[in-house]
Design a protein around this ligand. Structure first.
Ligand code: S3P
Length: 182
């Protein structure tokens, strides 16, 4: 039985903000895979990329995803690159409805430019070009994994969370109530 919601999508599509609001509305736990990785490593994502490299980060992301996939009644905010390793999406899909958040490249650039130092992959001379390239190569992976797709470009976090709840209510095989209320 699937009893988590996993938010996937590119950086800057609103996974963290929307995830927090959604978890609040459902009374579920909010979990960020990136935060778990930082706790495991005892350092920030940027430090892991700089000191240990992306491959080490991806290995830690696999372990964090394995742990988080075992829980129930969680809204899981996934790092943008989680779909690059099939083991992650296989594990998440076992216990979670997969909600793919999208936004226009322009919206993504606007949102991520505020904290580019926290996003090592976009800390480059031409982030707009990097966003276009990464989106192109990753889009097929996100689409293959998604159960539901929501465009967040023009939605507040509140409205996006309501949208997700309404879409999941249409899904008879997914129960949004807490187990204790069933
Ligand atoms: C990454 C996205 C980041 C973080 C890391 C790598 C990616 O998470 O996991 O910097 O590969 O797209 P957010 O999508 O939460 O910014």
């Amino acid at each position: 039985m699937k009893s988590n919601i996993a938010l996937i999508g590119f950086m800057g599509t609103g996974k963290s903000e929307i995830g927090r609001v959604l978890a609040g509305k459902l009374g579920w736990r909010f979990v960020e895979v990136d935060q778990l990785v930082e706790e495991m490593a005892g350092k920030t994502i940027t430090e892991i990329f700089r000191q240990d490299g992306e491959i080490t980060f991806r290995e830690m992301e696999i372990e964090a995803t394995r742990r988080v996939s075992q829980g129930i009644e969680q809204v899981i905010s996934c790092g943008g690159g989680i779909v690059l390793n099939k083991i992650n999406t296989d594990r998440l899909k076992d216990t979670s409805r997969m909600v793919y958040l999208i936004a226009s490249p322009r919206t993504i650039l606007e949102r991520t430019s505020k904290d580019s130092a926290e996003r090592p992959l976009l800390d480059v001379p031409d982030p707009a070009q990097r966003i276009r390239e990464l989106l192109k190569s990753r889009r097929p992976f996100y689409e293959q994994t998604a159960d539901i797709i929501i465009d967040t470009s023009k939605l507040s976090s509140e409205a996006a969370a309501d949208h997700i709840i309404n879409r999941l209510k249409e899904d008879e095989s997914f129960d949004l109530r807490k187990q204790s209320d069933r």
